[in-house]
Design a protein around this ligand. Structure first.
Ligand SMILES: Nc1nc2c(ncn2[C@@H]2O[C@H](COP(=O)(O)OP(=O)(O)OP(=O)(O)O)[C@@H](O)[C@H]2O)c(=O)[nH]1
Ligand SMILES: [Mg+2]
Length: 313
């Protein structure tokens, strides 16, 4: 690579440009356009938040909190509200560090989601990240449905420098998980990450498949902590919420990986997911290469959204 790749925060800032144009531009005219903080001001703010995919629950919570603080601090100038708003959004999105417990324990991460959202890519990136932390990682190629899914994951395993346990196309995904668990135990792996096939359109099959996988994990690997991450495509906006809800109905979803935040106008969905579903966004993806995934951090996400660190640009 001729030019050194930009840091993650910078990639996030540039990735969120369209989202920023979508939401934050409205804020700026709001904060400078009003001379007093009145009902009209709040109404316009509400509209901007909802139009920015932030969701009804989060919008309501953010507004309540803001109104309360404006009163307590006796703020009169709308311009003084901006920082308060930023802090309120951050509070709304903060993920407890205990949510990453699985990174420090013997665990299995099951990665699920609909077609093409970035499951396999995220599994590869996650493997690279955890390996860099000194963990022994094994991948389970439990997508035996789509042709060449195993090959794609093998390439990621090579990039990350981790071992992969694969099945043949058409094999039973649960039997791949069985083999992967046996390998994880034999090699004393810290983390087993299982890729799965993307298909929600057939809910009954998916439920059946997940139930079988969970049963194997429970029986063969009870000592491992189980983390189920749903991958959502950040460019799909409200649709991502619908998908997350559907997966939460069939699996014990413990977190979200939100991908493709590079170049979407709908990044506000990251705020919505947490408050609408009460499931934390644990990782975000901002590109197609191995270092384009990071733990979600509310502070840097909101700072990137508002482009708060101009000195780093
Ligand atoms: N720009 C961008 N592209 C991404 C990101 N994550 C994944 N992709 C791309 O999205 C496409 C689909 O990614 P996959 O990882 O194959 O998705 P999948 O969910 O495993 O797909 P299926 O297994 O077919 O259901 C690929 O072209 C990836 O490179 C991201 O964060 N940003
Ligand atoms: Mg895949």
């Amino acid at each position: 690579m001729a030019e050194e790749k930009k840091g993650f925060f910078k990639r996030l800032v540039s990735g969120l440009t369209k989202t920023r144009d979508n939401i934050v531009a409205g804020f700026d005219s709001l904060f400078t356009g009003y001379s007093t903080i009145d009902d009209d001001f709040y109404e316009e703010l509400e509209e901007i938040l909802i139009m920015g995919d932030i969701g009804i629950n989060a919008t309501t919570a953010i507004l309540e909190r803001l109104k309360e603080q404006v009163k307590i601090r006796n703020i009169k100038d709308p311009r003084e509200c901006k920082e308060l708003l930023i802090d309120t959004i951050k509070d709304q999105m903060t993920v407890d560090s205990t949510e990453y417990e699985f990174e420090n324990r013997k665990s299995v991460i099951l990665v699920i989601g609909v077609n093409g959202v970035g499951k396999t890519t995220s599994v590869g990136k996650l493997a690279g990240m955890l390996k860099d932390q000194g963990k022994k990682v094994i991948l389970g190629a439990a997508d035996t449905f789509r042709a060449a899914a195993g090959e794609q994951l093998t390439q990621w395993a090579n990039r990350a420098g981790v071992e992969i346990i694969g099945g043949q196309d058409g094999a039973d995904p649960a039997s791949v998980v069985y083999d992967a668990v046996a390998a994880a135990k034999a090699r004393n792996a810290d983390i087993l990450i299982c890729d799965t096939a993307g298909r929600l359109h057939n809910k009954k099959n998916l439920m059946e498949e997940l139930r079988k996988i969970y049963r194997i994990l429970e029986k063969e690997y009870p000592e491992a902590y189980l983390e189920t991450l749903v991958v959502l495509d950040g460019t799909t906006g409200q649709n991502a919420l619908v998908q997350a809800r559907q997966f939460a109905e069939v699996a014990n979803v413990t977190g979200i990986i939100l991908t493709k935040l590079d170049g979407t106008a709908k990044g506000g969905i990251a705020v919505a997911i947490q408050s609408e579903l009460d499931i934390p966004v644990k990782y975000i993806g901002v590109g197609e290469s191995i270092d384009d995934l990071q733990k979600f951090d509310a502070n840097s996400f909101v700072d990137a959204l508002f482009d708060i660190h101009p000195e780093e640009n």
